[in-house]
Write a protein that binds this ligand. Structure first.
Ligand code: NAD
Ligand code: DAU
Length: 358
């Protein structure tokens, strides 16, 4: 039995699906079901006794302690977080509450549970914390990719909150001996990605005939990894990672945002051409830049490859085609997640008018 937190979100749900497709070991999935949590992501597990869903908060110590006592998991994999940089700029408090205080409470519950285990179980127990490359800050064009030795230089409220959580995880290992592992991954994409993030937003807006908002000059670089490859990396680290260490996860796939948007438009032109015969590229609209926008991320994943033999299965070409096809085939899923007043703030913040007056 493993306990997964945030398993109704984008990566967590993909992880639970991937885990149960590759293991017979049950999962208890604790998720608060914020705007980003969606049980539709797990609908294919309906009736599967190996998956038990519990709606709850990682900051609810009594609940987590009860679940640990009841299910006796051999590992905790912590995905639960507020994950969107724009939201963290708009309203940072939830990020501190979940990513910092929530992780702290989860660590404390894990520590007490772990301390009470019998020797062999205590040896085998793992707490795997899922983190991000954004904790390392922003790279210049000629800088080498982030290694695990790179300084922590977070720039957004989101990345600062994730950096804080990574430090707590590290401290719980060094101070209390909790057997922890941390993964720092680059930008994921794939099925069940909430359409506030670049790739799904571009697909969904393109199909709806809406503008495709490219922040600033569109030359910011992100390093993209197909979500199931992130899942396989987490499984590998859980199996063989050295306690207390961190592992960078990435696909050596740096691309400027504008190139991503053009690629998505090209795939849509091929798979679902516009009625007027024009390209979806016509909808690209340059808008105000994100405040404090990090210019470039790039992950050096050689430690994970060298020590644990991990490699991604998808190339960007295969992964992005699968992703666009998934969104075309799952219009009902998209319709179900497209509400919320936060959209008003986004359209106001990232408008052309705003750019003109900035
Ligand atoms: P997401 O926003 O899609 O999902 C987060 C999930 O956590 C949601 O289901 C939400 O309901 C749940 N959650 C939020 N607060 C909670 C709380 N207090 N208690 C319990 N559940 C709570 O995020 P994601 O993109 O799937 O990211 C998952 C993890 O991976 C995060 O920790 C994120 O920092 C990290 N990460 C994401 C990426 C990426 O590209 N998306 C890359 C590297 C690392
Ligand atoms: O690097 C890993 C991180 O990747 C994760 O830790 C975060 O949880 C995840 O959200 C993601 O953060 P980004 O800020 O890189 O992702 P986002 O999809 O929001 O933006 C990707 C790039 O695209 C970024 O440079 C901003 C830009 N962008 C984004 C949106 C939503 C646009 O130009 N237009 C948009 O509408």
């Amino acid at each position: 039995m493993i306990l997964v937190t945030g398993g109704a979100g984008f990566i967590g749900a993909n992880f639970v699906l991937d885990w149960l497709a590759t293991h017979n070991e049950p999962v208890v999935n604790v998720d608060k079901l914020t705007y980003a949590g969606n049980l539709q992501n797990l609908r294919t597990l309906q009736g599967d006794a190996r998956h038990q869903f519990v709606q709850g908060d990682i900051g609810d110590s009594a609940l987590i302690e009860r679940l640990l006592k009841e299910h006796q998991p051999r590992a905790i994999v912590n995905f639960a977080a507020e994950s969107h940089v724009d939201r963290s700029i708009h309203g940072p408090e939830d990020f501190i509450e979940t990513n910092v205080v929530g992780t702290f409470r989860l660590l404390e519950a894990a520590r007490h549970y772990w301390a009470g285990l019998a020797d062999a179980d205590r040896q085998a127990f793992r707490f795997l914390h899922v983190s991000t490359d954004e904790v390392y800050g922003s790279l210049k064009p000629t800088d080498p990719a982030f290694t695990e030795e790179h300084n922590y230089e977070p720039n957004s409220p989101y990345s600062a909150s994730k950096a804080a959580s990574d430090h707590l995880v590290r401290a719980w290992h060094h101070t209390y001996g909790l057997p922890v592992l941390t993964t720092n991954c680059s930008n994921n994409y794939g099925p069940y990605h909430f359409p506030e993030k670049l790739i799904p937003l571009m697909i969904v807006n393109a199909l709806a005939g809406k503008p495709l908002p490219v922040y600033g000059d569109g030359m910011q670089i992100r390093d993209w990894l197909y979500v199931r490859d992130h899942c396989s990396a987490i499984r590998r680290v859980l199996e063989g990672g050295k306690l207390g260490e961190t592992y960078n996860v990435g696909g050596w796939n740096e691309k400027p945002n504008i190139e991503i948007v053009n690629l998505v438009c090209g795939l849509l032109d091929e798979l679902r051409p516009r009625a007027d015969g024009k390209s979806y590229r016509e909808q690209i609209t340059y808008v105000t830049d994100r405040p404090g926008h990090d210019r470039r991320y790039a992950i050096d994943a050689r430690k994970l490859e060298r020590e644990l033999g991990w490699k991604p299965a998808e190339t960007f070409e295969t992964g992005i085609r699968k992703t666009v096809e998934w969104y075309l085939d799952n219009a009902d899923w998209v319709a179900g997640v497209q509400t919320g007043s936060y959209r008003d703030w986004i359209s106001q913040q990232y408008s052309q008018e705003n750019k003109a007056s900035a």
